[in-house]
Design a protein. Sequence first.
Length: 411
Amino acid sequence: MVIDMKIKFLGGAEEVGRLAIKVEDGNQRFMVDYGMIPDKPPKYPMPPEPVDGLFLTHAHLDHTGMVPHYFSKFSANFYATMMTANSIKPLLDDALKVARLENYPRYFSAEDIDSVFSSLIPVNYGEYNEFGSMGFTPYSAGHIPGSTMWHFQNSRSLLVTGDLNTKDTLLLDGAKPVRSDVLIMESTYAGKNHEERSSVVKRLRESVKEVVDQGGKVILPSFAVGRTQELIMALSDLNLSIGVDGLGNSLTSIYLHTPGYFRSHRDLRRAVSRTRSVRNARMRESALENDVIITTSGMLDGGPVLNYIRKLADDDKSAIFLTGYQVEGTNGRSLMENGTLTIDGKPMKPKQRIEFFDMSAHAGHDELVSFVKEVSPETVILCHGENREKLLADLSEFEVILPMNGNEFTV
């Protein structure tokens, strides 16, 4: 007998971030992700609802940032890869620190963060597991180390992608489609394709070398999770001195001690060994002796990167190379569009060369369409995107649902 599946988005349906998907399939109630949008101020999902299992797709705060809040209210089994489990604690600790410093609402405590892990059931890619009367199997989503697509099997099968990347990177293999009756898929880049990854990396390497050869320094603002490590791998063989500052160092340490998630753990270790970790204020004083600084935050809204930009603001031989998406309203977006940013409340227009290299960890439009066709579902549910409707014409052969936050619907 086919059982109706009830689905409700508590966040992340029609926007990028704060993803929280509640599913009822027969007697099983579970939620995939429970995140926030770390804006200024942050945006939060709807209040949590009790479930029997909480499944995390990956460590980014827009998918995990409110998980401790859930556990402060309810209990549940908590499923994640060991890489995701190991990665989320420093990110959640940092989010709590930012909330204190910025006087944002604090929905959880340090004790709540610790309580998350008492319910952890770690899983491995490709291994079948049981959750009540339901089976599930995790698969790599290709987004960041440990990122997971969840394939649930009951009277019908459901695949939830989380953030998805189908192309190989220096760090990870791309995600492979899994046949399923229902597909819940992110749509961050609906309507937009990416430049071929290998050509982006080639241009970045050439541009970094060009700046350094002309006597300049390169600042690479970087996301701590995945991007810092990919940049290290992209540049470590160029015979340049590379300093790495910020939260990315903590994540790199976790990656090196959690093998099994990379195209080559040995290549990652070798690349990291060729860089210099910057871990305190004293080391930052001499960090600009390096040719390249890879540092948080990736959107220039805090972290050590602002200090480095300020110190090199008048050096027109130096450069700021952005490699990740810059959310509207961030310093990074302002720098890309206007050449300006704000540091300590003061606007400034640095003289450094500014350039963007698209190293997105999300699938582009055509890749999303190809993925759907290879999964070949009866029903496609598009979420985590602001332009979801741009996929409709290319998915006309499928039943496509564009859910809204808070509206429960039946599949």
